[in-house]
Design a protein around this ligand. Structure first.
Ligand code: PMP
Length: 301
């Protein structure tokens, strides 16, 4: 459930009952998918609620706004402070935070907006793709051509691609889709980045046709800190036949193992893979227990 009658949301400068945070049907954003958003998590840590990488997320929100010409009147610091206040007003520490910048003005033109609206909503959300290893299938849908849309921006309209790809894979009995880019290289999932492992090294798609996930960056940093080589390079789905393991990363999904991609299966128990170790290291980091976990993780390598 995203909200109840007690939920408070931030909307255009005020903290309002979530039930009253509505948008008219003539809004330019609704008609054209012309909005940008973020997906952020807060964790209960020994120091109370801590929003993981708030600055990076709100900088990306600013970047997304700029990419599509939506004005954003709030600074990274203001957006962070407001997010903490929304969490507090809803009595939440472990929560998902959804900022949305949109154009509510009735406007059917194809011009960039001159004003924008800002919503920050919070709710409790379990791991978006669940806890079980994922059975992926290469999607017949490609990621959008980066020459058609600013693919590194988190634009609402881009998620039509995600919805249809994910639904199509689920319709064929898989857990999630894996999308290729316009050249046939593996890009990412509908809402998460993809990594595979080979000979103790990690491989993930380079910037270009993906959303450069903040979790992806965190995992790359954690891996390199642990002395694991990470390659950001193009690869085809066929190359996955040489992989020993794979996993996906995202703020909502966190770090989740992959059991198979179509007929390619990964048999090593996830806990014994690099992804499995990075998943527990990631958990230790976001929940503020890094020091001890980092040390034991380093020893295992
Ligand atoms: N790719 C796509 C298409 C996504 O929607 C997301 C989720 N924001 C990600 C990757 C992962 O990004 P992040 O780690 O910043 O949540």
């Amino acid at each position: 459930m995203y909200f109840t009658s007690n939920t408070v949301a931030f909307l255009d400068g005020e903290f309002v009952p979530a039930e009253q945070a509505t948008c008219g049907v003539y809004a330019q954003s609704l008609h054209y998918g012309y909005a940008v958003f973020e997906g952020i998590r807060s964790y209960n840590t020994p120091n109370g609620a801590q929003i993981f990488k708030a600055e990076e997320h709100y900088e990306r929100l600013h970047y997304s706004c700029k990419s599509v010409g939506l004005p954003l009147e709030y600074s990274v610091e203001e957006l962070t402070r407001i997010s903490y206040e929304v969490l507090e007003r809803n009595n939440l520490t472990d929560a998902y935070i959804r900022p949305l910048v949109y154009a509510a003005t009735p406007n059917m033109s194809l011009k960039v907006a001159t004003t924008s609206n800002v919503l920050i909503a919070v709710w409790e959300w379990g791991k978006y793709l669940g806890d079980q290893l994922l059975r992926l299938s290469v999607s017949p849908y490609q990621r959008p051509n980066p020459k058609a849309v600013p693919i590194e921006a988190k634009v609402s309209g881009h998620y039509v691609n995600s919805i249809i790809a994910s639904s199509e894979a689920k319709g064929r009995g898989y857990d999630e889709a894996l999308l290729l880019d316009m050249n046939g290289y593996v890009a990412e999932g509908p809402g998460a980045n993809f990594f595979f492992e080979r000979n103790g090294e990690l491989f993930t798609a380079p910037a270009g046709s993906i959303l450069r996930g903040i979790t992806r960056n965190t995992i790359i940093d954690l891996a390199r800190e642990a002395g694991i080589t990470v390659h950001e390079q193009f690869f085809t789905p066929d190359e996955l036949r040489t992989a020993s393991a794979a996993f996906m990363t995202g703020t909502a999904a966190e770090v989740i193992g992959v059991a198979s991609v179509d007929d390619v299966t990964f048999d090593t128990p996830f806990q014994q893979t690099i992804g499995g170790m990075l998943a527990s290291h990631y958990h230790a980091l976001v929940t503020g227990q890094t020091a001890t976990r980092a040390a034991s993780f380093a020893k295992q390598q």
